[in-house]
Design a protein around this ligand. Structure first.
Ligand code: CU
Length: 253
């Protein structure tokens, strides 16, 4: 693996992950452009007004108002408008139109409940009855299995401290907080195995909260899901609070 490949961001596996990369690229490029102008001014004026080329230094009482206005307001305003305001505008558009634009109730969505705990990820999907918190729920730890080409919605909470559910390949990260349900969604576009991480320092074994996201083809996933449901009866013990942490899924939460 070359250095450039190592520095490249993780492969994008969702329909809207590129929006985040675009924001990063835009910020970097705009900063490079302004950095170039700052260097041009710094080195240019150093050259123009070096001791060889100009008269001896003299005391000055500052710039005239007009010069101040041009330098101060023009440069300030262009940085503010091109970088600050534009990034705010673009990220707000992305938030409202994509990341907070959750799949509608009538759409086909894979629903996943996530419970973070020190130091593990618990995942829950509804079984054949489509209801959460029933005996046929499909539970997994660390590993999350999803089909490709489907919208997936997550409801995330925590059992103990604040964690952060982070899928780098999806460019998404949402805090998992006790007593509160956070939401997140994406649509998968690629099969494979990808990393899930906790992005909030949550205790001594924080590093152990490394999960795996497996994106399967639809047939493969169906096979896994059917098999997992058969196993569910054994794994789902209603009296065992450690296994039975789910909640009813409400369309507006
Ligand atoms: Cu954590």
């Amino acid at each position: 693996m070359t250095l450039l490949e190592r520095m490249a961001p993780p492969e994008i596996i969702t329909t809207n992950g590129h929006l985040i990369d675009y924001l990063f690229s835009y910020t970097t490029i705009m900063n490079l452009i302004f950095f170039f102008f700052v260097c041009l001014g710094l080195f240019g004026f150093s050259y123009l007004y070096s001791s060889k080329r100009s008269a001896k230094g003299e005391y000055t009482y500052g710039n005239k108002k007009k010069q101040q206005a041009i330098v101060g307001y023009l440069i300030g305003a262009s940085v503010f408008l091109l970088i600050d305001i534009n990034i705010t505008r673009m990220s707000n558009d992305d938030m409202l139109n994509e990341f907070w634009n959750f799949p509608k109730a009538e759409e086909e969505v894979i629903k996943v409940e996530v419970l973070a705990q020190q130091w593990m990820w618990n995942f829950r999907m509804a079984g054949a009855d489509g209801e959460f918190n029933t005996a046929d729920d499909v539970l997994t730890n660390h590993d999350l299995h999803l089909p490709v080409g489907k919208k997936v919605e997550f409801r995330i909470t925590s059992k103990d401290v604040i964690h952060s559910f982070f899928i780098p390949n999806a460019r998404l990260k949402v805090d998992a907080m006790p007593g509160r349900i956070s939401r997140m969604w994406f649509e998968t576009t690629k099969t494979g195995a990808f990393e899930i991480a906790c992005a909030e320092m949550c205790g001594t074994h924080h590093y152990l909260m490394k999960g795996r996201l497996h994106v399967h083809s639809e047939e493969e996933w169906n096979e896994w899901y059917n098999e997992a449901q058969n196993l569910a009866d054994i794994g789902n013990d209603n009296d065992n609070i450690d296994n039975f942490w789910g909640w009813k899924w409400e369309s507006e939460q």
